[in-house]
Design a protein around this ligand. Sequence first.
Ligand code: SAM
Length: 267
Amino acid sequence: MISVLDEHGFAMSKKFGQNFLLPLSIREKIVSQMGTIEGRSIFEIGPGLGAITSVMLGKGAFVRAFEIDHGFAQILRNEAFADEERFSLVEGDALKTLFKETERPDLIVGNLPYNVGSLIIGDIIERGLLPERMVFTLQKEVVERMCAREGGKEYSSFSVLSQLDYDVSYSFTIARTAFYPQPNVDSAVVVMKKKADSVIEKGEREKFFLLLRTLFSQRRKTIKNNLGRIIQDRDQLKEVLEKAGIDEKERAENLSLKDIVRLMRCY
Ligand code: SAM
């Protein structure tokens, strides 16, 4: 792959977070986290030069890839997978293009650019794309945050968001040496499996997201202080917290997903 990059005179773009995964064994291990993929429809975000794509196609999957880099898009379309009927490409920013799709995929995969990885995952959940499984390679610290439980210092609104519809697990670490060019952080693979039952109703989602954002808006502040932005009446606020059984001096980082859902249903 390095030779292809050199041959085409590619200068890796930092802006697009372009670090390419080299060892086949690791790419195969990532794909194996998706379960049986033969005949399944998969969205791949940031295929680059098709390192993970080729493994998935080899196993009989239907891959729709979303790539922002025009040079890579051309190679994928005209050279790498030109004769591959199970491959299609959408060129552009996945943050926009992903949500214009009319068909929903069974699975989503991506070795995501560090800078937009969490934004894309957040949007997939908030905008309700919700495939049955997602497998992402991200900066190790981002994966740790997604898997974090209440009370820990990694726990944030992104942890709650990631765990709202999915059972999230840290699958394995990938050393920085597995990438070209080598980034200055290690990566990890996260597996997100859709929960059998939704934690909240469809009609509650907007309210939940607003509450979540509000609770974590200022980490050092108490829940009571942060919540004051959406429940202005002091007496009502006190009542809501009492009803939810939450101490007014508590901080959001100590609330579980269940606590937040209970609180949401108290006003
Ligand atoms: N999948 C390849 C691999 O594992 O070797 C490349 C991974 S590289 C970390 C990230 C890829 O995402 C690059 O190809 C980059 O151009 C692409 N990318 C970056 N931002 C994007 C965006 N907003 N939408 C779609 N693709 C994006």
